[in-house]
Design a protein around this ligand. Structure first.
Ligand code: SAH
Length: 399
């Protein structure tokens, strides 16, 4: 707690140096809305936005910012294609389009992951691997995604292909690993659909186990290509630590972790609770969560695959109770089915983790109109240089 408050003191954040590191493609890329703005200013702006959206529910605590706000993203994704001259290019899509913006060095993404993508780009010609053309459906390589476990050092490379055959695949793996022996797994993901989703449904491990492991808050987590994993692991430890502390678990509680992903919050909370139930829609993530429980020798956590709202409704209808509900929905927030069932389960506390303050405000309006008091609102920086805001909110049932 003290440590977090010390970190929250605005004067400890970089003021000038970072704003000078402006990115030459930031306008086109659109990924960083706040490039060129001093980091301390970004924090102030986000704080103001939080206060105007959420201040009516409770005082907003000062945002916990980052000490080192550059190259924090553990996951890098690049679309592949060709420019007008036929040269291979890779980069994110220009905002709202499918035009690739070639990027040399993204300031918020991990440098090692980017280096690996540059190496792959340089190998394509000699391996006669064509990039995929979205209009004609011709070509092979659509995207590359690289994820690095910041604590474990394990690295996963995912090659997203339009069809399942990679020419000279063994030599490709050998050549890539010769330059980057630190890569621990390489996966082919097959996406043969006309879609703007990056990943297709089929994964074929080419090298290594097909997943990486990483550590957070003392637990080890395996992460499959399609599973959600927080992109800013340094701040994630603060996020989860704060969430668990606000829940005030004593070891006697029945806990629900809704939208649980690979079971991170569930398994960290399990050591402080009687029983944890996690629910998550993505099948790969649920499989990861179950394995993660085993690998961490946790026996009081169960995971269910399905829609969180449906699951909560079924729990409420069968007369179950919960003491604490953690919920961490996507940016669009939760839905009424979930919220009304959560209220019926009548937990003493709801710990709401949100990456969308607008939808959070909507959901808080519902919960505070149905018997809950908002006790604490704690913004935590997870997305420096972008306008995205992460918030933890602690709600308590009225006596
Ligand atoms: N708490 C996790 C994951 C948060 S991201 C963590 O910190 O890592 C939100 C998660 O909600 C994703 O894993 C996504 O697959 C899942 N999700 C999205 N819609 C859902 C729904 N309707 N029901 C259950 N889970 C859902």
């Amino acid at each position: 707690m003290e440590n977090e408050q010390r970190k929250a003191a605005p004067k400890s954040y970089p003021k000038k140096k970072v704003s000078e590191a402006a990115c030459p493609v930031s306008r086109k890329c659109g990924g960083c809305q706040y490039q060129g703005m001093a980091y301390s200013e970004q924090l102030k702006k986000k704080q103001k936005q939080e206060e105007s959206l959420l201040g009516k529910f409770c005082k907003v605590s000062p945002m916990i910012g980052m000490e080192h706000p550059l190259h924090y993203r553990n996951k890098v994704h690049r679309a592949f294609g060709r420019d007008r001259k036929g040269n291979i290019i890779s980069g994110p899509y220009e905002a709202g389009t499918h035009h690739i913006v070639p990027v040399e060095n993204c300031l918020i993404e991990d440098e090692k992951c980017q280096e690996i993508i540059h190496t792959i780009q340089g190998m394509l010609k000699s391996f006669k691997i064509k990039t995929y053309d979205e209009d004609t459906g011709y070509g092979l390589l659509r995207h590359v995604m690289v994820r690095r476990g910041f604590q474990s050092g394990e690295i996963m490379v995912v090659l997203v292909l339009g069809s399942p055959i990679l020419p000279s695949k063994n030599n490709f793996v050998k050549a890539l690993r010769k330059v980057h022996p630190e890569i621990t797994t390489i996966v082919l993901n097959i996406n043969d659909k006309k879609t703007s989703m990056v990943l297709g449904e089929r994964d074929i491990p080419l090298y290594g186990p097909g997943f990486i492991r990483d550590r957070l808050c003392g637990c080890t987590f395996r992460i499959s290509p399609g599973s959600f994993y927080q992109v800013n692991p340094v701040q994630t430890e603060i996020l989860y630590g704060t969430a668990i502390r606000l829940a005030g678990l004593s070891g006697k509680e029945n806990v629900i972790d809704a939208y649980c992903g690979i079971g991170t919050i569930s398994l960290i909370a399990a050591a402080h609770a009687k029983k944890v139930i996690g629910v998550e829609l993505n099948k790969d993530a649920v499989r990861d969560a179950r394995r993660n429980a085993k690998e961490n020798h946790i026996t009081n956590a169960d995971f269910f695959q399905g829609d969180a709202g449906e699951f909560m409704l079924a729990m409420a209808e069968s007369g179950e109770r919960a003491d604490v509900v953690f919920m961490d929905p996507p940016r669009s927030g939760s839905d009424e089915k979930f919220l009304s069932s959560a209220v019926r389960l009548s937990p003493e506390k709801i710990i709401y983790i949100s990456c969308g303050p607008e939808s959070l405000a909507e959901d808080l309006k519902y919960l505070s109109g149905h018997g809950y008091i908002v006790e604490k609102i704690q913004p935590i920086e997870m997305f420096a240089f972008t306008s995205h805001i992460e918030t933890i909110c602690c709600l308590r049932r009225k006596k």
